[in-house]
Write a protein that binds this ligand. Structure first.
Ligand SMILES: [Zn+2]
Ligand SMILES: [Zn+2]
Ligand SMILES: [Zn+2]
Length: 201
């Protein structure tokens, strides 16, 4: 609920608890009526889409607004997503369920159930196939054969396969991967790493 600032509160009529409750009731009644009659609950004017409570207009506007809010707070949102996913995985694991679908029991002592395991393997294979045989690969092959950076096609550093910029990036990412792997090994040795990128708190 929106909190009124002192200025607003003094100019606006302050509703008593009883009035607030009545307003809430009215809102709910209106919402139900619109829903029942297939009218958008947001604008109360247009016909709602099938299996939905809103019209295309409102649905689009709301999605757009949500996207905007997310874009403005992208780092926070991503962090929240990460935490939510981790929490969900942890709960499913604790309940003895597949961490992917949360419905079936895991296959042997794995994190995924049999179906999810097969699906994720197939997905991974498909992804690798595209990566290895796609247009991308032909392009980088051409770059490689002509002494051009396999990422961007600029001239390479003598004796290397990439340009200066991408060489730097590669070195950094390899160092980062090494660091993360070491961190996992150390955590696993001390028992704080459970697996699948999950650490004990
Ligand atoms: Zn609407
Ligand atoms: Zn599953
Ligand atoms: Zn490059």
């Amino acid at each position: 609920m929106r909190v009124l600032s002192e200025n607003q509160a003094s100019t606006k009529r302050v509703l008593s608890e009883e009035q607030k409750a009545r307003k809430r009731e009215r809102d709910i009644a209106r919402y139900d009526w619109y829903k029942e009659h297939g009218i958008c609950v947001h604008c109360g004017r247009n016909t709602a889409m099938i299996n939905s409570i809103s019209c295309p207009d409102c649905s689009y506007k709301r999605a757009e607004k949500q996207r905007e809010r997310r874009q403005n707070n992208i780092d926070k949102c991503r962090e929240k997503d990460r935490i939510r996913c981790r929490e969900r995985r942890r709960k499913r694991k604790a309940a003895g369920l597949c961490t992917n679908c949360g419905k079936k029991t895991p296959y042997k002592s794995r994190a995924y159930c049999y179906e999810c395991m097969i699906k994720s393997q197939a997905h991974r294979r498909k992804y690798l196939r595209i990566k290895n045989c796609g247009v991308e690969n032909l392009r980088s092959q051409f770059f490689r054969e002509n002494d051009l950076c396999s990422f961007c096609g600029k001239p390479v550093i003598p004796g290397k396969r990439t340009c200066e910029k991408h060489y730097k990036m590669l070195v950094e990412s390899i160092a980062y991967a090494r660091k993360m792997r070491k961190q996992k090994f150390d955590a696993a040795a001390s028992g704080t790493y459970i697996g699948l990128g999950i650490y004990k708190q």
